[in-house]
Design a protein around this ligand. Structure first.
Ligand code: PLP
Length: 399
């Protein structure tokens, strides 16, 4: 470990709550799909800050709109009408079938908003005392108390009892379990179309359609968590669009403002009246600065056809990684994903492989101990993915 890293580690121990296990790297600057650490070493970024900087780092167009808006107006609160927020809403709502938006600051906060909207729809528009939200094994919905309850994993709940009531978790991919779990208490079903944290696991088309059907039949709300999979990453603006689905509520965050903190809840016109003035609020959400940046992000995605690019390049990359799998028998269990959201599941715990990739200059993430998770910027060049595939093959062959 370099001397600077050691100094930063000690300093951090004395200053910060110890919530993070850090990678042994300090990034100093970024440009496009490249990052550079304090020693000047260059990395190919295959993670985008966990699916956030989808347009690449420090893109000039984004830097310009950020600077210009920062000079004009940053924040006045939601006590005021804000043109920037409306322009963003217009662009965002055009990407899908939703009628109304609510802006917030993170993925967890977007899911909190969606849960509140679902409960209030049942309790105020339908006069039902329904409140329960059904989620699925392996899911991840955030770190607030309610979203940790929704996430349902012991490791995220440890020491935080009691959990908020009204969350029920059932097996992933089992429509009968869902059918049996929905009751008069159920307000909504919260689903990641492709689980991110859970190991890059896409739903089957059949299960996705069954979830939508069961929700419709039982009049409970279908809520899609698109925080990680959305914003063009899987090859469409939203992952549910691969299956022609129309969720009642959707949440987004990570890539929405390409690195500035922002989230949103989108709702159909039918569900929207559940919120009235005063039902829900946030001080920062949808401020002028983040809204102007997010509107630019959507403009660029549309103009440059980035969802389509992700679809094409992702399909190529999955095939390329499957060729690595074939060339290195017994090392890779499965290569799966949608667009540029790709998981390479190893047959053994992958910490060593991950470390060697990092040393070789590739930044990615290891989830569920053995899944190499790739969330590269949507502007990444094919050659960079090719370099990664070659490097992975060499590492796996060397054992
Ligand atoms: C990251 C993530 C969240 C939480 O987002 P934060 O911005 O960290 O609160 C929620 N859902 C999914 C699917 C995520 O990947």
């Amino acid at each position: 470990m370099s001397k600077t890293l050691d100094i930063l580690r000690k300093k951090e121990e004395s200053l910060l709550l110890a919530t993070y296990g850090r990678y042994p790297v300090t990034i100093a600057e970024g440009c496009g799909s490249r990052l550079r650490d304090l020693d000047g070493k260059e990395y190919i970024d295959l993670l985008s800050g966990i699916g956030v900087t989808n347009l690449g780092h420090c893109r000039p167009e984004i830097a310009e709109v950020t600077a210009a808006q920062a000079r004009k107006l940053v924040h006045v609160s939601n006590l005021f009408y804000q043109e920037e927020q409306l322009e963003l809403a217009e662009r965002l709502l055009k990407t899908a079938h939703f009628g109304k938006a609510f802006f917030c600051n993170s993925g967890a906060e977007a899911n909190e908003g969606a849960i509140k909207l679902a409960r209030r729809r049942q309790q105020r528009l339908k006069n039902r005392s329904a409140y329960e939200i059904i989620t699925f094994e392996g899911c991840f919905h955030g770190r607030t108390l309610a979203t940790v309850a929704a996430t349902g994993q012991a490791k995220f709940q440890d020491g935080f009892a009691p959990m908020p009531e009204g969350f029920l978790q059932i097996p992933w991919g089992d429509p009968q379990a869902l059918e049996a779990a929905v009751s008069e208490k159920t307000a909504g079903v919260l689903l990641e179309i492709i689980q991110g944290e859970g190991g890059v696991r896409p739903v089957s088309a059949r299960f996705a359609h069954e979830v939508a059907r069961i929700c419709r039949d039982k009049d409970v709300l279908f809520i899609a968590d698109e925080v990680q999979a959305g914003m063009g990453r899987t090859g469409k603006y939203w992952a549910f669009q691969h299956f022609g689905l129309k969720p009642d509520i959707m949440t987004t965050a990570k890539a929405l403002a390409n690195g500035l903190p922002m989230g949103a809840v989108l709702s159909t016109d039918a569900v929207a009246p559940a919120f009235v003035a005063g039902s829900h609020a946030t001080t920062f959400g949808g401020g002028a600065l983040v809204s102007a940046v997010a509107a630019k992000v959507l403009e660029i995605m549309e103009r440059d056809g980035l969802p389509q690019r992700a679809a094409k390049l992702g399909a190529w990359a999955v095939e390329r990684f499957r060729a690595v799998q074939a060339a290195c028998p017994g090392t890779i269990r499965e290569v799966r994903g949608m667009g540029l959201m790709i998981g390479i599941e190893l047959t053994e715990p992958g910490r060593d492989v991950w470390e060697k990739l990092l040393q070789s200059g590739f930044i990615l993430n290891l989830t569920q101990e053995r899944v190499l998770r790739l969330l590269p910027p949507l502007i990444i060049e094919k050659e960079d993915l090719e370099r990664f595939a070659d490097c992975l093959e060499a590492i796996l062959k060397a054992g």
